[in-house]
Write a protein that binds this ligand. Structure first.
Ligand SMILES: [Zn+2]
Length: 261
């Protein structure tokens, strides 16, 4: 286990959780990492106090898996050999940052000019190569400059790691297994709705033989602190007066006591 790497990527998941918190959402964040790059991200939605009935579908992990599927299906077009409509994916290491890239023509290709244009609404972890009018592109790929945060390659789910700030529930745990991802790293345990302690050996083959590995408690205190801040706000109603709230606030007191000691 590479702890420093796990901490580095958990910080990105916590940044997603912070974004959710600032919007009045339950602060869960999730990122999916392949080849040392972030290929998908998601945060909790549908839990603000203005919701008549909170969503139990828009969990951070499910939203990240949706973005993950888009990244994979776009990546499958990577081999496309067309003229003037070539697309490829640039995956950047940090949300919102594309540092520098070269567009390199393959041997025999004709490129006049092209630019990298981020997709609308994307966090700029994906980009298309869009040729300027009159340009000829046969085939091209995005090749990162040395030291840049961008790499492009086909995403292989079995080599991806999913980082989330709270232990996945049963729905998310099942969806992660079905996605083919083999490693989960989470931060704060969920004693009320966590699903990762279920006995996979007693389930059907797809789950039983998934070979999924789980690393708990990476940067636990940072996530705990954020959940405690959420539950300490009077106007946050999601899971108010629940076992999760009670446990989180008690753990916060315990941890603070420990820190003072
Ligand atoms: Zn979930």
């Amino acid at each position: 286990m590479d702890l420093s790497k796990d901490e580095k990527y958990m910080k990105l998941a916590i940044a997603e959780a912070n974004r959710a918190f600032e919007q009045g959402e339950f602060p869960v964040g999730c990122v999916i990492i392949f080849n040392d790059t972030i290929v998908a991200s998601g945060s909790r939605l549908g839990t603000t106090s203005s919701e008549k009935y909170p969503s139990e579908i828009y969990h951070a992990e499910i939203r990240a898996l949706q973005s993950f599927e888009n990244s994979i299906s776009d990546g499958m077009r990577d081999e496309y050999n067309g003229i003037n409509n070539y697309e490829t994916i640039a995956v950047c290491g940090e949300i919102g940052k594309i540092s520098r890239t070269n567009i390199m023509a393959e041997k025999g290709a004709l490129i006049n000019r092209a630019k990298i244009v981020p997709e609308k609404g994307s966090l700029i972890n994906r980009a298309k190569i869009v040729p300027e009018k009159g340009a000829l592109i046969n085939r091209a790929k995005i090749v990162p400059e040395k030291g840049s945060l961008i790499s492009s390659s086909k995403i292989m789910p079995e080599q991806c790691t999913l980082y989330c700030t709270m232990e996945p529930c049963l729905m998310c745990f099942g969806a992660i297994i079905l996605s083919g991802i083999k490693k989960i790293v989470y931060s704060f345990e969920d004693p009320m709705g966590g699903g990762t302690s279920c006995d996979l050996k007693s389930l059907s083959p797809l789950y039983r033989d998934s070979g999924i590995k789980i690393t708990p408690h990476v940067l636990r205190y940072k996530s705990l602190e954020l959940f405690a801040r959420f539950f300490s706000k009077e106007d946050n109603l999601y899971w108010k007066d629940s076992l999760l709230e009670k446990y989180t606030l008690e753990e916060m007191v315990k941890t603070q006591g420990f820190k003072r000691a």
